[in-house]
Design a protein. Sequence first.
Lengths: 479, 203
Amino acid sequence: MIGSSTPSSSVTRFANRIRAILSCRPVVLPLDLQARAVLPDDEAVARHDASVWALRRKRDAAAAAVPDFEALRERAAAIKDHALDHLDVYLERFEARAREAGAVVHWAEDAAALRGIASRLLAERRVERVVKSKSMLTEECALNPHLEARGIEVVDTDLGERIVQLGGEPPSHLIVPAIHRTRAEIGALFHHRMGSPEGETDPERLMAHARGDLRRRFLRAQAGITGVNFAVAETGSLVIVTNEGNADLGTSLPPLHVACVGIEKLVPTLDDAAVLLRLLARSATGQAASAYTSVLTGPRPGGELHVILVDNGRSRLLASPGHRRALRCIRCGACLNTCPVYRRAGGHAYGGAVGGPIGSVLAPLREASALPYASSLCGSCTAVCPVRIDLHEQLLAWRREAPAAPPGLLHGARVAAALMERPRLYRAAGRAARLLWPLLRRAGRRGPAAAWLRARELPPHPGARFGALFARRAREGRR
Amino acid sequence: MTGRERVLDAVRSAVRHSVSMPGAHPAPALDGSFPTFAARLAEAGGEAHGPFAPDALGAAVLAHARTWSAGGRIVVEPDAAPLLGPGGYEVAAPGARPHDFTDVGVAIARGAVAAAESGSVALTGREAPDRALLFLAERVILLLDAARIAGDLGSAFRALAPDALRFHHLTWISGPSKTADIEQTLVHGAHGPRALAVFAWRA
């Protein structure tokens, strides 16, 4: 027991911290601690790492080309903080202006409400064919399976989204959903699901094939569902950004547009949206601007616009002074591209709609999650975030507030705590470890931790216990 | 309680109304010249031509459009037609359906303002009432008054006419439609136009 050692010793303090970890509820950790092979081999890991790191480097070049980039980040953070702290005002203002412009505004407190409203809107109009443009919110709320279960054909039209939809898997990156797939895999998928020629791997020809297939679907769609990048309170406008133009076809061809908007997307004015837009594409892909930025105010002539404002846990984040900043997020993906864990693990390892640092910050909000432990806390995410979210601090705060340590860490911590409370046993264990070290290094490659140790190596043992090394260093220092 | 009340109640109990709006962002004073605009547009995969004298614009644009359309339909938004003069194209009919434009080779419209920092051109429902045309056409040509180029996006937004948002859409276009979703290989013409040219004029 703790009481048997000196209360003030640093060993006791450390043991107490470990005991705090032990009191956590263990949950399943989907990252590599769980040894689930997400990226199949080392080559896939290296390819994924290189792809997302290239995006990070483009982001750096784009940021350097704007003289006021850092000032923009400051201002963007301040705009979001102000908007979030007056969110009730801006939501009501947006609702009023959007209605004046002819939109119908709905409110959904959770994912089930969003699914209910969307499927009712479609059912009332006997819609059977929907084209969708990228929306992480509808991923979060599992809208597609809900609509498909009701016999509605839902086609994701962003090329990357279409690839993962045909492959029956979730997106693995916020901006580049199929970044984990090779051209050969995509070629095979298109051959089987879209009838493209067998063996075709040329990205241009694969895209041309998908373009033809999706163009037909755009033309016969009865409704378009989109996410939204920003909602402007002052004018009741929706700002939607794409490179492909898919959201634009999806909102200008079918008579019905259903826009799904997380309530954190509200900004006061178009001027404020401009500040965030100047950061968004640069932070995401290193482009000065995405190909299309559409500001939609009210329905298109002869059409209908329904806007669904979705909470789904956001108001709980808003109520937490420590975590509210996470709602500044504009979903650019910069924190993913720079994260040493994401780069090597891939988005699917996170098991949620949003991976990477921001995904790990948002996950504990919905359920006990070990994702805040899937970080080295290096702070690279914080350094690139365009709205200056202190992501690594947030991850640390979640470990403190809603601890849900992975089981492996728990077992290790239990053993360590037991040893540190018993100095004699501790020294004996040290002696045993020194003797058995070479054996441990080999055995680790086969035991239950084999997958975890694939990319890690026990360092060679220094040959003496720390106390002896420390004493020797001290003696040498005196000489 | 309705969903609206539940969401708003939860939000109201979470906010303090204490974080004030930051002061004005110092104007970045970025270069709003045509060469800068043209360079950024080229980086975005588009091409910039001109600036032409107003009476030379139409001939240059239509020659380009004929090459691009290769005998296909050339459709001009009503607002752009006076800038082109007569010859070899159809003007989009008022009240046309979006599906009327599925086989258009080249669409031509006038831009309202531009942002040099990203080579972007904005059009509203005034310049482009047929929004689908801008995305269904195989190639798009935008006409731009070189005096309407702002340095940065924020300044360009402010340079728009006050009634710009009275229209259903305000669309910023920066180069052709594109994707890099297959192994980061850039491909033009993802869903929308395969190519985009901006023809500028200066009075």
